[in-house]
Design a binder for this molecule. Structure first.
Ligand code: GTQ
Length: 353
């Protein structure tokens, strides 16, 4: 009896699905569990890019195409589970950009926000809204959305930086606009360091009028300053059991994240640090600046262990648990989509162990 009614309903359902499909109708009950999961199940996987493996391809790209022709000569760090989608998590983009001496990456602007984290070399510059910033390893530099920006290099060797953009988020909202500049390089109207003087000393101009909306007015957060702060924190107190000594970069005018869509962090793990395990809803991309350590990332039953050193990169997808250990004193930069989670009141963190 039961069997009969079940097979009857199965055939009835199959017919229903087939008949309504041409009308672009589909039954919720077949997908409800996946649509409203009990906890996040990211399709992204943890992944690791060793700089020694990546660098030769960057240098080959330098021979294969000029910065001018490429517009941006970048190798995208693609999540292995999302190949072809130009993203490292569902919401974030990451790439390594190469600029060679004398080259120009021409001026353009777009609604995507960008961060640069300098990985190798010094003496390249980026120009934003009429002001140049010279790049040094470990500097965190911002390109606010819809500002003209071009990159160039007076260096004597290659300069490589990590590009972090919110490209997948802007794509999700179908809100991407872009324009090319009329000249390859924008006109410089302010001396270098001007924005840091106006906004970067815990002071603001009297009649402060946020020049870039909710994005930080500071273009460059020099490594020397942030590194010095971490050294003093280490000297003065014990590290957090999960994060070591970890600071977040801020928009000095609001105390919020430097960009509306991305948070950025710098952390120091003391030599011998064995961090406890945590997970967060914001997936994060890490760039190693100094030291040697191991990132252990668990996703469901699968565990990945990445032994990292300077200039390596890795991604920790949403709700994967992470623990960090350091055999040498480490400094790690990272960025994530946390401000969006917080704006939507969906950010969660669990501190395990
Ligand atoms: O430097 O403007 O990696 O527009 C991807 C898109 C860099 C940039 C990227 C971009 C840029």
């Amino acid at each position: 009896m039961n069997t009969t009614s079940q097979s009857h309903s199965t055939s009835e359902r199959t017919a229903l699905y087939a008949d309504m499909s041409p009308h672009n109708l589909t039954p919720l009950w077949e997908v409800l569990h996946a649509l409203v999961p009990p906890h996040p199940r990211s399709p992204c996987v943890p992944a690791f890019w060793r700089y020694d493996d990546v660098r030769p391809f960057l240098m080959r790209a330098g021979e294969a195409i000029t910065a001018e022709e490429a517009v941006r000569r970048v190798l995208i760090l693609e999540n292995p589970a999302l190949r072809g989608q130009s993203c490292i998590t569902q919401s974030l983009y990451a790439g390594l950009q190469l600029i060679l001496p004398g080259e120009v990456a021409p001026s353009h602007r777009h609604t995507q926000s960008a961060l640069r984290f300098v990985v190798e070399g010094k003496g390249a510059f980026t120009a934003v809204s009429g002001e140049r910033t010279t790049m040094h390893p470990g500097d965190f530099i911002i390109t606010p959305q819809w500002t003209w920006h071009d990159h160039g290099s007076d260096a004597d060797g290659p300069v490589v930086w990590l590009d972090g953009l919110d490209i997948p988020m802007i794509r999700f909202f179908d809100a991407g606009f872009a324009e090319n500049g009329s000249a390859a390089q924008q006109e410089i109207s302010r001396p270098e360091g001007n924005s840091l003087a106006r906004f970067g000393t815990n002071m603001l101009p009297l009649r402060y009028d946020a020049p870039h909306g909710s994005t930080s007015p500071i273009f460059s957060y020099p490594y020397a300053r942030s590194r010095d702060a971490l050294a003093k924190l280490q000297r003065d107190g014990a590290p957090d059991a999960y994060d070591g000594h970890k600071l977040r970069y801020v928009n000095p005018a609001t105390g919020g994240s430097p960009m509306p869509t991305m948070s950025t962090f710098l952390q120091l793990l003391p030599k011998g640090f064995a961090g406890k395990t945590y997970r967060q809803t914001d997936g994060a991309v890490f760039s190693v600046v100094e030291g040697q350590g191991v990132a252990t990332i668990r996703q469901g039953e699968t565990e990945a262990r990445f032994s990292f050193g300077p200039r390596d990169h890795f991604v920790v997808p949403s709700w994967c648990s992470l623990s960090l250990t350091a055999s040498e004193e480490c400094v790690l930069f990272s960025y994530s989509d946390r401000p969006v989670h917080q704006a939507l009141s969906i950010w969660r963190e669990e501190r395990l162990d």
